[in-house]
Design a protein around this ligand. Structure first.
Ligand SMILES: [Cu+2]
Length: 96
């Protein structure tokens, strides 16, 4: 993957997903594997302590709530809540 954009120029859309039942690194691995192969995912972080997955969506791509839900459910978990925007993501970072 090559990044042609200087950091900070483009603010990609960020999504915070609260996942139910994600408790260990094996859980995180299953979800990570699916996110890694998705076209629209620029990068993501998984927090086991907060049971959240924070996804940064690639410029020019979109990721619908139902797609996110499908990814999580395919991995064997349930989605509690999906939040979009900087605010939700910054709050998650601050608490980590
Ligand atoms: Cu697990």
């Amino acid at each position: 993957m090559i990044c042609l954009l200087a950091p900070g120029i483009v603010s990609a859309e960020k999504v915070k997903v609260e996942v139910q039942g994600m408790v260990c690194s094996f859980c995180a691995h299953g979800i990570s594997a699916k996110l890694r192969e998705h076209d629209a995912v620029e990068k993501f972080t998984v927090s086991l302590t907060r049971s959240t997955v924070t996804i940064e969506i690639k410029e020019g791509h979109s990721l619908e709530d139902k797609e996110i839900t499908a990814i999580i459910e395919d991995s064997g978990f349930k989605v509690n809540e999906i939040k979009r925007g900087e605010e939700a993501v910054e709050a998650a970072k601050a608490a980590n």
